[in-house]
Each structure stands twice: as C-alpha cells, then as structure tokens.
Design a protein around this ligand. Structure first.
Ligand code: 2HG
Ligand code: ZN
Length: 464
C-alpha cells in the first residue's frame, strides 16, 4: 500500500492524506457508533480533477472508495467496512458557496457545504433552502443528495431529489458527468441528479450541485399539539394540509420520545399527552403572520375533538425552545444509548398515512416482545416514523417483524436515511429480484472495478 499512498499524496498533497490512526478515527466510525472499519487513508481532495485522479488511482489498485460528508449518516453507508481495503474520500474541502442567482432562485455549492451553510447563504440573499433537518450543522449537501435526505419541510417542498437542478459528479473511471447550468427544462438523455439522488455513493461522487432555493418567510409560528391517538394526528394533518397554506412542518412525537427529550433537556413538557396519544409539532411560515390561519384550523380541529392540549410559540426565542423538543430527540437517544453501552436499533420507515396507527401498534408489539424501549417520532405527512429501539436484545428479529409489516402495508424500509449496510438484508421486501439485478447491472456498467461503496445497497462486496 506504500506506493498507493505515495500516489494519493502526489495528487492531493501530503497534508490531505491522513494515515495516522488517530487522525483517521473520527472518519472510520459512524455517528451512532454501530458501524466502523479501518481505512488505508482518509483522502481530502479539493478539486474535481483531484477526485478524478484519486478514483482512477483506486480503480487501478482495487481499493474501495467510501465518500463521506459530515459523517451524520445513520445506516453505515459513509464509513469503511473493512472487508476490502478502502479509503475514506472526505468531501469537506468542497466548501465553496457560489453567488445566489435571485432571479433563477438557484445557487451552486460544493458537496462539502453543510445544510446550515446552504440555508444561511440563501437567507443572506433573502431566500431560503427548502430542506432542513436536525443534523444541519454537520450534514453536507453531497451526503443529503446521496441519501435523498428529507427532513421536516418535505410536505411543502419535497425531498433533496426535488431540489437538485444540476450536479457535477465523478465516475469511478475518472470521467466527469453532469451539468451545473440549472436549466429548469431540458430533455437530453439521462438526468444525472435523478440518477444520483439516493444512490448512496455507489454510482459516482458528487462534487458540486446546483440547488433550488425558495422564498424566505419571515413570519413563523410553531405549535405543539397533543392528540388522543395516531389516527387523530392523521385527521389533524388533513385539516392542516387543506386549511393552512403556510404549513411548513408537521412532525409527530410519540409519548416516550417526548418524555425522553424532556428529561434530556431538563425542561417541563410543553403539553400533556395521553398515554395512547401523541404530539404533533406544527410549524407555519409565511410572508404575513400565519398565526390566525393556524389558530382557526386548530379551533376547527378542537371542535371535532382532535385537540387535547396545545402550546404556542410566536416569538423567535419561544419558538426555538419548542423546536428543541423535536430536534433534539436523536441526541437524547444517543445519550441514553451511550450510557447503556448499546447503540440503538434505528428504523426509518414510511407507510401510507392511513396505516400509521397500525405501524405504531406493530412497533410497540415488537418492542414489548423484545423487552426493549421504543422511541418513535418522525414526519407525519410522509407517514415516516423513526423507530428507535433502545437496548434491543435481538435487533434482527425486531427489524424483520417491523419491516415485514411495513412492506405488507405498502410502505418502505427506508424513507430518508438510505439502505446503507444496515438495511440490505431487507431490501428484497420492497425491490424484486429483477429490480435489484438491474440496479447491480447499472452499477457495474458505471463502476466496472466495483470500487464505489461496495456492500452498500447490496450485500456483495467487491473491489477488484
Ligand atoms: C430526524 O428526523 C432524523 O430527526 C433522525 O431523520 C432520526 O434519529 C433518528 O432516528
Ligand atoms: Zn427524519
């Protein structure tokens, strides 16, 4: 490997090839501490040409490439596995923020720009980023494209896939594909953003992206609403979607998740939730004050018996305080898991909203059978629940029970975190053999040496 490392150093410079185990460590273990491996080196290119040269070098040497952004992934897709020699390709030096094109409502950014960096840059120009989630300060645009990230604003603006109007990406062979022209209309063969969004670093390495921007709404209001059941939460969602055009987020939090985050934050719960009920965190944003819109919709919901308790926040400080009860659940889970010394089993599933109550019941039953604690929360409008099982005795049995039922309900085993290595054993539940074979063929055509994230999205490990 000595010659290989020399070659890498010649491409990106000695300072940007980390071989020291202590320097590599934070890149080799995932955020949940469930997935880890070793790499030959962490390589930090700064230009597209450097990425191309690194990939050509790896293809020649048969070394796998694990592209990595902020390392906030939850399915083990961004850290080495160790079954084949690999490098971590850290994209954090791709941090350029291009000028905001206010008329086109677009901006070109480097793959290593954080989600918060993209948002703040847009906001400084009077616009906003359409995708937001709790890991915003570390998660990168490149990683969000690779996993087709979702977050809380999907009900208004769609997932990451819908925001990418152009990409520049490097194939495993070193070829550069895509365009950053940002033309809203073009029919000229393969649309690279569509192909690469959700491909989890297996088809190409995204270096830059042309992203859609949305209006910046300066008037916001947030409410935490306790309801009597998951079905009532879905009924409330119906009212909100129909009557509240400023609706920006509708997040669901099951009672145990609220209890956990309340304890973590050391604050009083914003609402009292019935044991069989849940909370809906509603965020509205508009160019004029949306308070009246939201309160009258909640009033109508109340008349139908859907509202048990409500907390409101209109000023920025109160609102930030309320948002924490949703945003910091993952952190609360990590704290407890670290204390008990066992990483949580994280499922990220979605079903048609009409089946959410049934999904919740299935998850509770699986937790009870296993004797583990279920912390459930997620994105109501997409029927997307994050089911975290704490101190799970038999994670594979829980996953099989829940994911099997999800598939029967017409849902998906991964709504926004990806398949990574965590969910490959269950991919067959939602993708037929022909479908998986076609995806493998596509992958082999673009990456003949099999160097791009082997083991991710498919169990086969190959880097020859
Ligand atoms: C969120 O919605 C993220 O906050 C993380 O997707 C979910 O920790 C999780 O399970
Ligand atoms: Zn989420």
């Amino acid at each position: 490997m000595g010659e290989f490392v020399d070659e890498l150093q010649a491409i990106v410079g000695g300072d940007h090839v980390l071989t020291d185990p202590d320097m590599r460590r934070s890149h080799e273990v995932d955020w949940t501490r469930r997935y880890e491996g070793t790499s030959v080196a962490v390589v930090r290119p700064a230009t597209t040409d450097e990425v191309a040269a690194v990939l050509r070098c790896c293809a020649r040497a048969g070394v796998a490439v694990v592209a990595q952004g902020g390392n906030t992934g939850l399915v083990g897709g961004g850290v080495p596995r160790g079954a084949v020699p690999s490098i971590v390709l850290s994209m954090l030096r791709f941090s350029t923020l291009g000028p905001v094109d206010a008329e086109a409502m677009q901006v070109t950014v480097g793959a290593g720009v954080t989600m918060a960096g993209w948002r703040d840059h847009a906001r400084a120009a009077g616009l906003d980023a359409p995708v937001d989630f709790a890991a915003r300060d570390s998660a990168t645009v490149g990683g969000a494209i690779a996993t087709n990230a979702g977050g809380s604003r999907v009900l208004r603006f769609g997932t990451m896939r819908s925001q990418v109007v152009g990409v520049e990406a490097v194939l495993a062979t070193g070829g550069v594909v895509g365009s950053l022209a940002g033309l809203p209309k073009e029919t000229a063969g393969v649309h690279w953003p569509s192909l690469l969004a959700g491909s989890e670093g297996t088809l190409a390495v995204v270096t830059r992206a042309r992203l859609r921007l949305v209006p910046r709404f300066d008037h916001t209001v947030t409410a935490f609403v306790a309801v009597g059941s998951v079905d009532d939460a879905v009924a409330l969602l119906g009212i909100l979607r129909r009557d509240v055009p400023s609706l920006d987020a509708a997040e669901v939090v099951l009672p145990a998740a609220l209890e956990l985050v309340v304890e973590h934050l050391g604050r009083a719960a914003p609402v009292t939730t019935p044991a069989d009920g849940c909370c809906v965190m509603i965020d509205c944003a508009d160019s004029a004050d949306p308070t009246e819109q939201l309160t009258s919709a909640l009033h109508r919901a109340g008349e139908r018996g859907l509202v048990v308790d409500t907390a409101f926040a209109t000023d920025a400080t109160q609102r930030a305080g309320l948002l924490e009860f949703r945003d910091r659940i993952t952190e609360a889970i990590a704290t407890v898991s670290t204390a008990v010394g066992s990483p949580p089993l994280k499922l990220d599933v979605a079903v048609p909203v009409s089946a959410l109550a049934e999904l919740t019941a299935t998850a509770h039953a699986a937790a009870a059978d296993d004797g583990s604690q279920l912390i459930g929360f997620g994105h109501l409008a997409e029927g997307n629940l994050h089911l975290n099982f704490l101190d799970a005795g038999d994670p594979a049995t829980i996953a099989s029970a829940v994911l099997g039922r999800v598939a029967e309900l017409g849902g998906t085993i991964s709504a926004e975190h990806g398949i990574g290595v965590a969910k490959t054993p269950w991919l067959h539940l939602i993708r037929a053999a022909e479908d998986r074979a076609a995806q493998q063929a596509l992958r082999a055509a673009l990456d003949p040496a099999g160097i791009l994230n082997p083991g991710v999205l498919a169990p086969e490990l190959r880097a020859t």
